[in-house]
Design a protein around this ligand. Structure first.
Ligand code: FES
Length: 106
């Protein structure tokens, strides 16, 4: 299974093996990694799964779609690395992907 690396705002790093087809949000929630809440269950409607994709990986994770982009623009502190982690599906190509977590989701 692909390995996803989650780095908190405090610099703590957590790793989780996430099945192909699951999302980066689901990987965090299933492994009880603080910093990603995923309150809407992955519907792209809550923005509590905000993360910053490491710039080394942004080519492989792709870009936010239009509705995701609208959600991201409403998040304080979001920047060009920002994604909703529920909209990033884990693939074999993402093995080792690094995402940085915001200090808070609200
Ligand atoms: S889990 Fe709600 S927007 Fe991602």
């Amino acid at each position: 299974m692909p390995l996803v690396r989650y780095i908190t705002a405090e610099g703590n790093e957590y790793e989780a093996e996430v099945p192909v087809g699951n999302t980066i949000m689901q990987g965090a929630v299933d492994n009880m990694i603080d910093g990603i809440l995923g309150e809407c269950g992955g519907a792209g409607a809550c923005a509590t799964c905000h993360c910053f994709v490491d710039t080394d990986w942004s080519d492989k994770t792709g870009e936010a779609g239009d509705s995701e982009q609208e959600m991201l623009e409403a998040i304080p502190g979001a920047d060009e690395r920002s994604r909703l982690s529920c909209q990033i599906e884990v693939t074999a190509e993402l093995d080792g992907v690094v995402v940085h977590l915001p200090a808070a989701q609200f």
